[in-house]
Design a protein around this ligand. Structure first.
Ligand code: UT7
Length: 328
């Protein structure tokens, strides 16, 4: 039994921060950001907004679009590294907010691969035959862990997310294959050092800015290019497909230069690559579901099309997923 996507949705905060706004905060320029990353602007939360608020809007939209009651949702999985709290989970807050009386759920921490990891997890719950409506959300409020004095990180991230509903299908549609990886030896290159059990919050940890995300951008760039290219090629090969067979490539939006190289190495032509990093920046677990929803809304995917998703993120975590589109 495969899992297929029967609804997509996205939500980004109304507030927009441009590269010119960032020029006022750190030593950077619109020219540098655009040429090195492809980013023009990003959406950012207001002070009273958090990941569960964005997720709740996504969940409400999914239910509405699918035309179902929240009571029909069996399971809620939220991929995020910026939950509202350590506990309760963001999934529990969403469950309460949409009054999904029959759902259980959990948060899943895989950074930029959070949505793909979530889809893999949700699809397996569907395949088990025990659950028939699984909501998978990828969301991040990156500004809550961004140091607006650190130009290496603050220019690339944004806030937002998206999600899907997964349901069973007897046809050979939906998520047909995936390859996921993890290599913890890369953990130190993209990390929020403080706030967990290793370095609990203290005056000292705050003073030393340990609650913000730190990145060795060059190293992450190198591993991201290699990881996304290799795993995507491997997935295509084992399904006897080439880049030409892919109708749409939806990569994690971390840097346009990473995307361009990965697509080229997989033999996927530029016109089949979804790029929206210019509008949203890197929303971590949010990038792929936002892009998927945009593609779905714009009728860029037709029934029977092959869609390839690929992500790379902190951990390191990475992977690719092949979907044969079949939605109502
Ligand atoms: O989604 C999770 C995974 N994350 C990623 O995949 C991110 C991967 N990394 C990247 O996307 C890129 O490495 C960055 C966008 C973070 C940085 O781009 P880069 O081309 O690797 O720049 P760099 O670190 O090599 O820096 C080049 C120059 C340096 O100046 P010098 O030494 O050549 O004089 C930096 O100091 O650019 C300087 N620089 C900046 N200048 C203006 C670094 N950041 C900035 C900035 N504005 N924000």
């Amino acid at each position: 039994m495969n899992a297929r996507i029967t609804a997509t949705a996205q939500s980004t905060p109304d507030n927009v921060m441009t590269n010119f706004d960032l020029e006022k905060l750190v030593d950077t320029s619109d020219e540098w950001i655009q040429s090195r990353t492809g980013i023009v602007q990003r959406h950012v939360v207001t002070d009273d907004e958090a990941s569960s608020d964005i997720s709740t809007r996504i969940a409400q939209s999914l239910i509405e679009k699918r035309g179902i009651s929240s009571n029909e949702i069996d399971l809620i999985i939220v991929g995020t590294v910026t939950p509202d709290h350590f506990t309760p989970s963001t999934a529990a807050l969403v469950q309460k907010n949409i009054n999904a009386k029959n759902a259980w759920g959990f948060d899943l921490s895989a950074a930029c691969s959070g949505f793909i990891y979530g889809l893999e997890t949700g699809a397996n719950f569907i395949s088990s035959g025990k659950y028939s409506k699984v909501m998978v959300i990828g969301v991040d409020t990156m500004t809550s862990i961004l140091d607006f004095q650190d130009r290496d990180t603050c220019v690339i991230f944004g806030d937002g997310g998206g999600g899907v509903i997964l349901e069973p299908t007897g046809d050979n549609l939906g998520i047909v294959d995936s390859i996921l990886h993890m290599d913890g030896s890369g953990g130190k290159y993209l990390i929020v050092p403080g706030g967990g059990s290793r370095i609990p919050s203290t005056k000292e940890s705050v003073k030393n800015r340990l609650h913000y995300i730190k990145q060795d951008g060059k190293t992450v760039f190198k591993y991201a290019v290699r990881g996304m290219s290799e795993v995507s090629k491997q997935l295509l090969d084992r399904n006897q497909l080439t880049g030409d067979d892919i109708a749409l490539f939806i990569p994690h939006q971390a840097n346009k230069r990473i995307i361009d190289v990965a697509a080229e190495r997989c033999g996927i032509s530029e016109d089949k690559v979804l790029i929206n990093i210019d509008k949203y920046g890197n929303t971590t677990a949010g990038t792929i579901p936002i892009a998927l929803n945009e593609a779905n809304n714009n009728n860029q995917i037709k029934n029977g099309d092959y869609v390839l998703l690929s992500a790379f993120g902190a951990g390191f975590t990475w992977g690719s997923m092949l979907i044969k589109w079949g939605s109502e």
